[in-house]
Design a protein around this ligand. Sequence first.
Ligand SMILES: Nc1ncnc2c1ncn2[C@@H]1O[C@H](COP(=O)(O)OP(=O)(O)OP(=O)(O)O)[C@@H](O)[C@H]1O
Length: 357
Amino acid sequence: MSGIDLTDVVKRFGALTVIDKVNLKVGEGEFVVFVGPSGCGKSTLLRMIAGLEEISDGELQIGGRRMNETPPAERGIAMVFQSYALYPHMSVERNLGFALETARLGAGEIKERVSKVARFLKIEHLLHRRPAQLSGGQQQRVAIGRALVRSQKLFLFDEPLSNLDADLRMEMRVEIARIHRELKATTVYVTHDQLEAMTLADRIVVLKDGRIAQVGTPMELYERPASKFVASFIGAPRMNFLPGTLHRETSASRLEVMGGTHTLGRIDYDGEISIGLRPEDLILGGGEVQIPAQVLLVEPLGGEALVHARVGDGQMLVMKVQGKPDLRPNADITIGWMQSKAHLFGVDESALRAAEA
Ligand SMILES: Nc1ncnc2c1ncn2[C@@H]1O[C@H](COP(=O)(O)OP(=O)(O)OP(=O)(O)O)[C@@H](O)[C@H]1O
């Protein structure tokens, strides 16, 4: 039993509240990723689950048992940090087996478990090296191996890949996904990296100022962000925002944007809004709603390109298009979108939805 249950969990450092009544259930075997801006409390919350930070208020249960007062070593967790924290003077083999030595397992069993994990992570050929003789990716594999060797049911990762270059990050991301698929351990993972969050998570928890802004599957957060904050946080390049106005009428709403007026399904809201448009949902020279724009810059990315354009009185938009469009700076273009792809946010920044038909 390794599900996690956080109830009204609070963390204060002196007068500063950094985790503010968080409620969250992580199911057994689930992979949950914490994301949010720097300082929002991701690591603190993870460290509270690990027992490395005390819980000021509220309750933490793991596997249905209260853990607030339980020391880290007795929580049944394995943690992998950004800094690999390997022992520099020990071989990879001893680094992997050290926790088992301190748990007083016999030499035969330690050797067996270490070689099984080394085989699983494809680091058997490195067992006799010291950490300094390994690449960053290899060191991180050893750090993960050290967590695996203890056969815990709950894994906590704190930005484990952020010291690696882009290629290695991708390789290790695939590796972590494989480990989770095969071992099905409950996993909580903190990252800054969109791609890691979107590809690894069963559910993403978006934190803001020590509170949960939204919890959902990656696609739920991408397709139905609950607020402008979540919308701008999930997706790369970031969502564009244009100012607009909604007028509620008897059976429909009228949307004004950049001088044009459009009819939408009825939304129970009147007044100024922000229209959120993902770069990949903008259409060059098409769409139900179209606005004039001027090209600023085209960035070719290979199979696709980012077109930066100016609309209205100096507002900027980024559009993702397939191939390499033949557009010069200052060219006049039309940018459009389908109504169903526009995300509308009220002045309080929460998402506005059309009334169900
Ligand atoms: N020991 C401490 N004493 C006082 N304040 C702390 C302590 N540790 C963390 N904080 C504060 O708690 C808040 C949350 O920090 P935390 O490291 O959890 O954020 P984070 O979301 O993980 O940030 P980052 O993405 O930059 O790692 C920050 O405002 C931080 O300054």
